[in-house]
Design a protein around this ligand. Structure first.
Ligand code: MSP
Length: 658
């Protein structure tokens, strides 16, 4: 059996809504790492999944009028859901766990009981704020302006019986783990964790690990009414998915402890403090590394559904191809730091790196091999150490440089090393001017063959190393340059001259078409605008007035049915319409109304409307308005809407409305 093993995980996604590009970032990075390790010959276990319990899911399901299980099933397994997205994005996970899977639920119950039996979980009271209408507990920090974050109403102090985990007991060991080992990376996150959560006033606090105010969770089997806190439930997925405390799988011995947990920086706290403390309590080996990657922002702003700025990975994959998107995510942002996603950067990266550099190199090389040699290089080649050395020496050290960066999860640097070679190879074409050599094939044929062979070898080695990032495109490149299986391996990436001397080349499709930046940006902006609108409330109405009006005052307002005899636009005004109305008195009444945005004059002639007729007359654009037409107003997806109040034509002009 292969004794090189590697276990890597992504955070399991919380299926409360649609996945955006930020979620895809964690998973694409983990996938690239898993593929890299497989390329290096490791037996890899790549775990991902979904974290499906908790109060938020319960209340979202309620809003949607479905059971929580139906709600999560719909996001995880329905068409266009999480599983579909990972398939689309070529995520090569070996196992997918859902925390609602029976085996996981049973394992969590056993773990909870074991911690309780050991005395590391004890019963106490959870003090917090309570919103009675919502029946929800909140912590001080969850409140918005001191009020319930869900409904905005007053909250009050309350206590809920709860179980607590003795995190404080493990504070010293966790502190030591963080400060004195390489457990958490990047190192910059270590001090933040230690200072904020362990060396803070009061030290590391015990953690509330059960709740009674909602039911969507793993039930505590020895105390009905309690469900296990979602983070305890979720974190142990990394072990239950290998068979810890269950018979479903039997991979613990082979794969635990994990080699790396990739997690976004906002959940480092759970992975770097509570997770090792839970494992210490269960006397289990600790994972080797937690890597807290940065978050992607959009145009400098946090991605959030309510801001309507979440970037949809389905849409981008469709427009640019999955590989281009995967590549962009890992090429453009240093993994450990936050990154600013912009549409310009995306298109620029695709155009510069993929279309200009890589795409051009592959298409020029294969096109010349076809044009000058009918696709098959002659074996007679004439090397020129002076001219070839700068390319071959750069290529020969590439695998080592790449490996060093990949082992540190520095995907951006690894790609940078590859692209230095690609750029050098493009320059090598210009320096050697194959088109000039081709003018006299009798003399220069062997030299031309050497130039093209060197280029193919450079492309091959770069392509082997790019495979973890762009698996499908690399397959296509291999096919174009005639690289068989043996020329696609990790070992072959450190060897020059693996392609056969008489290699067969076929120019294929253009792998990375150039994108017209201006046109594309305009289209993306339009899509973005639509998304923003869609994120706004469907219908917004003005809050009801809190001020009361006494009956007599109300009765003074004289509302009448009025029939439109004529209606015209008012010159020099794009807002006003001028109405000539029959109000039943026999004398025409003129009213001006700022509704030209919503109605054309001819639509209104003959209609019966409602007007208040005893307002003092006022002048608008030099013309008198004798009253006001009544309309209904509301906001729809951020846009103001207006409807004139129209009444049945059977109501005679002048009828009083009360
Ligand atoms: N369910 C927890 C994880 C439990 S792991 C035992 C969770 N889920 S999540 O759906 O909210 O987030 C999943 C991953 O996506 C996390 O690593 C999170 O950091 C990452 N991202 C969410 N938004 C992100 C960005 N805008 N940018 C980069 N990563 C982001 O947390």
């Amino acid at each position: 059996m292969n004794d090189k093993r590697f276990y890597i995980t992504t955070p399991i996604y919380y299926p409360s809504g649609k996945l955006h590009i930020g979620h895809a970032y964690s998973t694409v990075a983990t996938d690239a790492m898993a593929r890299y390790k497989r390329l290096c010959g490791y037996d890899v276990m790549f775990l991902t999944g979904t974290d499906e319990h908790g109060q938020k899911i319960e209340s979202k399901a309620k809003e949607a009028g479905v059971t929580p299980q139906e709600f999560v099933d719909n996001i995880v397994a329905a068409p266009g859901g999480v599983l579909d997205l990972w398939k689309l994005m070529n995520i090569s996970y070996d196992r997918f766990i859902r925390t609602t899977d029976d085996y996981h639920v049973e394992s969590i119950q056993k773990i909870f009981r074991a911690m309780y039996d050991k005395g590391d979980i004890y019963k106490g009271a959870y003090k917090g704020k309570y919103c009675t209408p919502c029946e929800s507990f909140w912590t001080e920090s969850q409140l918005v302006d001191g009020k319930c974050p869900d409904c905005g109403r007053e909250v009050h102090d309350a206590e809920e019986e709860a179980y607590f985990f003795r995190a404080s007991k493990y504070a010293g060991r966790v502190r030591d783990l963080l400060l004195n080992t390489g457990f958490l990376e990047p190192r910059s996150r270590v001090n933040e964790m230690v200072n904020n959560f362990i060396d803070c006033e009061g030290g590391l606090q015990d953690l509330c690990v059960s709740r009674t105010s909602f039911t969507w969770g793993v039930p505590v089997d020895f105390d009905p009414g309690h469900v296990v806190y979602v983070w305890l439930d979720a974190l142990f997925n990394y072990m239950t998915a290998l068979g810890y405390q269950n018979d479903k799988y039997n991979d613990l011995e082979r794969f635990w402890p994990a080699d790396a947990h990739f997690v976004g920086k906002e959940i480092v706290r759970f992975h770097a403090i509570y997770w090792p403390a839970f494992l210490m309590s269960m006397e289990l080996p600790l994972p080797k590394k937690v890597y807290g990657h940065g978050l992607l922002n959009f145009n400098g702003d946090k991605m959030s559904k309510s801001k309507g700025n979440v970037v949809d990975p389905h849409l981008l994959s469709e427009r640019y191809g999955v590989d281009a998107l995967r590549f962009f995510l890992l090429r453009s942002f240093p993994f450990g730091s936050d990154g600013n996603f912009t549409n310009e950067l995306l298109i620029q990266t695709i155009n510069n790196d993929l279309a200009n550099d890589l795409g051009n190199l592959v298409s020029r090389t294969t096109a010349m091999a076809e044009k000058y040699f009918g696709g098959r290089l002659p074996e007679a080649r004439q090397e020129n150490p002076e001219l070839d050395g700068s390319l071959t020496s750069l290529v020969s050290g590439l695998r080592g440089r790449y490996e060093e960066q990949m082992e540190k999860f520095q995907f951006q640097n690894a790609l940078e090393d590859i692209f230095k070679v690609i750029q050098r190879a493009n320059k090598y074409i210009d320096e050697n001017a194959p088109w000039a050599l081709a003018k006299d094939m009798d003399v220069n044929g062997p030299r031309l063959a050497a130039v093209l062979y060197n280029l193919l070898e450079a492309v091959r080695i770069c392509t082997v190393l790019l495979t973890p990032f762009m698996p499908e495109s690399c397959e296509k490149i291999f096919a174009q340059i005639g690289a068989e299986e043996t020329a696609r391996t990790w070992d072959s990436a450190a060897q020059w001259g693996v392609l056969p001397a008489a290699v067969s080349v076929t120019k294929g499709e253009n792998l990375f078409p150039r994108i017209d930046m201006a046109k594309e940006l305009a289209e993306l902006d339009a899509i973005q605008e639509e998304a923003k609108k869609a994120a706004l409330p469907a219908v917004e109405i003005e809050p009801l007035s809190q001020e009361q009006v006494d009956f007599d005052t109300f009765c003074k307002s004289d509302f009448r049915a009025v029939k439109v005899k004529d209606c015209q636009n008012v010159k020099k005004s794009d807002k006003l319409l001028k109405f000539t109305l029959d109000d039943g008195t026999g004398t025409d009444r003129q009213i001006l109304s700022g509704i030209a945005k919503w109605y054309k004059p001819e639509e209104l002639i003959g209609k019966t409307l409602v007007a208040i007729v005893n307002l003092p007359p006022r002048k608008m654009m030099g013309q008198e308005s004798q009253g006001m037409l009544i309309s209904a107003v509301h906001t729809e997806r951020g846009e103001e809407r207006l409807h004139l109040l129209m009444v049945d034509g059977a109501i005679p002009a002048g009828a009083k409305l009360c």
